[in-house]
Structure formats: structure tokens, C-alpha cells
Design a protein around this ligand. Structure first.
Ligand code: SF4
Length: 247
């Protein structure tokens, strides 16, 4: 999809239609997950580039994981794509003495049930950081893509508790929200579970039981134990319906 010069409302509606088409073309198929996320990640990059024209470059990159102590949320397609990636790289990592599924389960045991602010205070590093780098960077969720800073020194100061002010990029945050919400709305219309899940817990579930992906594709909310409910799903559903009907 090309980079749209659209209002937020029109962009949401346009993306919703594109997700709906992928859902119609690949119902219940494993390829649905790649289809949705290729659309989501491609659209995110293209639209952030358009919205960031004239703004400074962000100071983030693959080798920086300073902010990676925050709680991460993800939709079910993102969780299952990451689970596939981790299964694929696991034999090579295990041969080098790295037990990534074990690290995720340990991180989950330390963080399960903590609120967003409790997670900030706990300063638990994301289990995907190895030698300062995110090892799942290519499949990281929209939540990670949407948090970008113009000043990594400010991030380091915030991470060490010396400041609480980080100059985040608004285009990244706004586009992440639109891209993710349009996908959630299309999943809801297709009667697939469309919630947002805590990453460590949902991945631990997905990695322990490879049948969960097929059951999610059949409409079962198999990640429900990890669902984040700070924003009520009924309020989100009302907003999605209002946006779809707006002209
Ligand atoms: S998944 Fe990667 S980018 Fe996201 S918080 Fe973890 S280390 Fe950081």
C-alpha cells in the first residue's frame, strides 16, 4: 500500500478495508497472520515517513534497547508471528546456550499481573535483549515500533530514574494507534479475538502449545489469560463502529 496523504479518519477507514480484504481472502489460514502484519508493518513505515516529513530524525535504532523495560502489548497475530520466529531461531540459539523460550517464561513469572506503572518501577529488561540488541527486531510488535524518541540521552536518563521527560515522536505514536486499532476493528468484524495481550505472558502460552495458533484462527480466544483490559473493549468497539460509519 502506498503512503496515504489522508486524514486520520480516512486512513483508519482505508486500512480497515484493506485488512478486511486480507481476512476475506485467507479465512482460517496460517497465511492470514503474515498478510495482516505485512499490511500493518508496511503501512506503519510508509505513513510514519509521510507524517515525519520536516521533523528531526528519531534517535532510535536496532542497537538501542534503552526503553525496553516497559510493558509491551500485542495483538494475537503479532504474538503468533513472534512465536513462529522464536521457534525457527530456537535450535540455533539453544546450540549457543541461549534458551529464549525459558527466558520469556522467567520474565513472565517476574512480571505477570503488574500494571504499566509497576512495570516501569520494576525495571525488568525485556527478555529479547541480547548484548544490547533486540533479537526479534524484525518481528517486534507495533507497540515497540510506535515508541520512538528524538533523544536517546533523555531515554537513558529516564531509564536510570534521573528524568521522566522523553521527547517521543508523535507521528510514531499516532500511526501505531491507527494501524493497530484498524486491524483490531477488522478482526472484530471477522469474529476473531481482537484484544490486546501482555507480550511475555501471551508468548509463553503460544510457545508452550503450538495448537493455539490454529485455535485462534478458528475464533477461540486462546490468549485470554494474558488480555490487557485497561481500556474497555466495549468502549473500543463503540469507537470502531462510530469511525466506520463516519463520513
Ligand atoms: S521486543 Fe524488542 S523492541 Fe520490543 S521491548 Fe523487547 S527488546 Fe525492545
Amino acid at each position: 500500500m502506498g503512503a496515504p496523504q489522508l486524514s486520520s479518519l480516512a486512513y483508519f477507514q482505508h486500512l480497515h478495508g484493506a485488512y478486511a480484504q486480507v481476512l476475506r481472502e485467507r479465512p482460517g489460514q496460517p497465511a492470514l497472520i503474515e498478510g495482516l502484519l505485512s499490511l500493518a508493518f508496511g503501512s506503519f513505515d510508509a505513513n510514519v515517513a509521510v507524517q515525519s516529513e520536516g521533523l528531526p530524525e528519531v534517535d532510535c535504532g536496532r542497537g538501542c534497547a534503552t526503553c525496553c523495560t516497559l510493558r509491551v502489548s500485542a495483538t494475537a497475530p503479532e504474538v503468533f508471528l513472534m512465536a513462529r520466529f522464536i521457534r525457527a531461531v530456537d535450535p540455533g540459539l539453544q546450540a549457543r546456550g541461549v534458551d529464549l523460550p525459558g527466558q520469556i517464561a522467567q520474565a513472565d513469572a517476574r512480571t505477570q499481573g503488574l500494571s504499566e506503572s509497576e512495570r516501569v518501577k520494576a525495571r525488568q529488561r525485556c527478555p529479547f535483549i541480547a548484548q544490547g540488541v533486540c533479537v526479534v527486531y524484525q518481528v517486534r510488535p507495533l507497540a515497540c515500533r510506535g515508541l520512538a524518541s528524538y533523544d536517546k540521552r533523555a531515554c537513558a536518563q529516564a531509564a536510570s530514574g534521573r528524568s521522566d521527560s522523553i521527547p517521543y515522536s508523535e507521528p510514531h505514536m499516532n500511526v501505531r494507534s491507527l494501524v493497530q486499532n484498524a486491524m483490531q476493528s477488522a478482526l472484530r468484524d471477522a469474529q476473531l479475538p481482537w484484544g490486546s495481550y501482555e507480550l511475555n505472558q501471551s508468548l509463553t502460552l503460544a510457545l508452550r502449545d503450538a495448537s493455539l495458533e490454529a485455535r485462534w484462527l478458528a475464533g477461540e480466544d486462546v490468549l485470554a489469560a494474558a488480555r490487557l483490559e485497561e481500556v474497555s473493549e466495549s468502549e473500543m468497539a463503540q469507537t470502531f463502529d462510530a469511525i466506520k460509519q463516519a463520513h
